[in-house]
Design a protein around this ligand. Structure first.
Ligand SMILES: [Zn+2]
Length: 156
């Protein structure tokens, strides 16, 4: 959807609407799956060097859990959406669809865990992930042989 810079008045241009999920055009195995149309509200200002966008983005997605790899529903809502587009000297328009697409992809959580976002959900792989992080951080475990103590014994 092209927005013409000549249509943006000094006091700003307010736009509101929806784009279909198909604007994302992601492979089927992508960890992000848009599950419906995305909604935008935007106020645009055209300055000499940049076009600024402020508003809100909302849309339904299925995101892949970083632990169990199952997809869970996620309602994206970015109420403080803002973006900036560098303006070329003879630019007449820009594509709002591209900006909306990119900003959703940038703002969605990168490695989400299903139980962080779905109330009452227990991630079937949560135990594995927690065990792993405990193992990584248990240097103070008193039942483990103390290498520094062994070294002290050797020095005496
Ligand atoms: Zn999970």
């Amino acid at each position: 959807m092209d927005v013409f810079l000549s249509d943006i008045p000094e006091e700003g241009l307010h736009l509101e609407g929806e784009f279909p999920a198909s604007i994302f055009d992601l492979p089927a195995d992508d960890p992000i799956r848009p599950s419906g149309p995305v909604h935008y509200e935007a106020t645009l200002f055209a300055f000499e060097e940049v076009i600024t966008v402020h508003g809100r983005l909302r849309g339904p997605f299925d995101l892949q859990c970083g632990a169990c790899l199952e997809y869970f529903p996620y309602q994206a809502d970015f109420p403080d959406w803002s973006s900036e587009i560098d303006r070329e000297p003879d630019q007449e328009s820009f594509d709002l669809e591209t900006i909306v697409r990119e900003d959703f992809l940038l703002n969605l959580p990168a490695h989400p865990r299903c139980d962080e976002y779905v109330e009452g959900r227990v991630c079937p792989k949560a135990d594995l992930v927690e065990e792993f992080s405990e193992e990584a951080g248990d240097e103070a475990d008193p039942t483990r042989p103390n290498v520094w103590g062994a070294l002290d014994d050797w020095k005496q």
